[in-house]
Design a protein around this ligand. Structure first.
Ligand code: FES
Length: 166
């Protein structure tokens, strides 16, 4: 869904208020990036340029921080997310098959978003539930001992159920 001009303006005002709250202090870079991501869903080049200007920091510093921490995203996220763990325990339990199944069913590559913006697919290195391997995280739900077909079905019902009701 594309945000309306009013929503964009409101987010911009909230972002500027957050910058003022931090006193445009360059040491508040991570907090400022967090706020921007919460408001916009990801860190666009436009936002990163604004952060450079407002905090008087070089692009190398701002981009370096934004790309170092995995919780920052430089691309828009889907409405739903599926993260497949490819840590050692999950990998030996064929977690790569989960990735392949989702990639094929949704025509999306790991690290990307489906064309309709409904689903983001990403991979992670050990999410701390090795005893439940292979593990996928769908939105905030941990799917333990995941199987390719069941994971795909779960994602299909999640992404199509809302389509019918909206
Ligand atoms: S390796 Fe997947 S949860 Fe630890």
């Amino acid at each position: 869904m594309t945000p309306t001009a009013a929503a964009v303006d409101k987010r911009q005002k909230m972002f500027e208020a957050a910058l003022r709250r931090h006193g445009r202090d360059r040491h508040a870079l991570i907090e400022v990036l967090h706020t921007a991501q919460e408001l916009y869903g990801y860190l666009s080049p436009q936002i990163l340029r604004q952060v450079c200007r407002e905090l008087d920091l070089p692009p190398s510093k701002v981009y370096g921080v934004a790309t170092f921490y995995h919780f920052f995203s430089l691309t828009p996220k889907g409405e739903h997310s599926c993260t497949v763990c490819l840590g050692t325990a999950c990998f030996v339990k064929r977690a790569a098959d989960l990735v392949a199944a989702v990639e094929q069913a949704f025509q999306v590559k790991a690290g990307g978003v489906t064309k309709d913006g409904r689903l983001s697919l990403s991979v992670a290195r050990c999410v701390g539930s090795c005893g439940l391997a292979p593990v996928a995280i769908v939105d905030d739900v941990t799917v333990s001992k995941a199987e390719p077909n069941t994971l795909v079905q779960m994602l299909q019902s999640l992404t199509t159920a809302e389509r019918v009701s909206t």
